[in-house]
Design a protein around this ligand. Structure first.
Ligand code: CU
Ligand code: ZN
Length: 221
């Protein structure tokens, strides 16, 4: 039958016939796509990609509305607030497990310091009050970064700890933070505080004055 005939003809002819049959099947939906044996897995992948062209168009439309699309990495360069010396870099990198957050800060007093994403990408005020409160797109209470999604702000990253030399390193993978889409942190700010985030006090963990602030930008490749 038809199936056997396809198996005997050369591959190139097979591809051509596959293309024709795809066009035909696009016109006549009730007809099933014939001879799968001709199509190797790569071709099948191409077919699948072609069928997804509609959602892609929808996504580029949302990108045109100003949303970030598929941001892989963002970086915030933190500068000290007035009277402080804390500065450094905080990076957010997309991984299969979530967003890896890494920070390297220097010039800190030894001890634990709250670190959060704040809602406004504005570090212009001498005390960084211009960065607003914690980034909280879901309207949830303040909490620890390991809390369930409804018991923390998206911007709650906990504390980093500096040693005697005043430097602090921080690394954890976060499953709430978003680099792209409606809740993207691009354009927000990272703030390091003078005191420790207690994960309890509302609305911001009683972490004290702001020592360093930096706007989160999409990393250039
Ligand atoms: Cu904060
Ligand atoms: Zn918070």
């Amino acid at each position: 039958m038809m199936k056997k005939r396809f198996l005997r003809i050369p591959i190139r002819t097979g591809i051509f016939l596959l293309a024709i049959s795809l066009i035909l099947s696009a016109c006549r939906e009730e007809e099933t796509i014939p001879p799968v044996p001709v199509a190797n897995s790569e071709q099948a992948g191409q077919v699948a990609t072609a069928e997804k062209s509609q959602p892609q168009a929808a996504r580029s439309e949302s990108a045109a509305k100003g949303e970030q699309k598929d941001v892989e990495q963002t970086v915030a360069r933190l500068e000290p607030t007035e009277g402080n010396e804390a500065r450094g870099e905080v990076m957010f990198t997309r991984t299969n497990e979530g967003i890896r957050v890494t920070a390297q800060i220097q010039g800190l007093p030894p001890g634990r310091h709250g670190i959060h994403v704040h809602e406004k990408g504005d570090c212009s005020a001498p005390d960084a009050s211009s960065a607003g409160g914690h980034y909280n797109p879901d309207g949830t209470p303040h909490g620890a970064p390991g809390n369930p999604p409804d018991q923390r702000h998206a911007g709650d990253l906990g504390n980093l700890e500096s040693g005697e030399n005043g430097t602090a390193k921080y690394e954890r993978v976060d499953t709430i933070i978003q680099l792209s889409g409606e809740n993207s942190i691009v354009g927000k700010a990272v703030v390091i505080h003078a005191g420790e985030d207690d994960f309890q006090s509302q609305p911001s963990g009683d972490a004290g004055p702001r020592m360093a602030c930096g706007v989160i930008e999409a990393a250039k490749k």
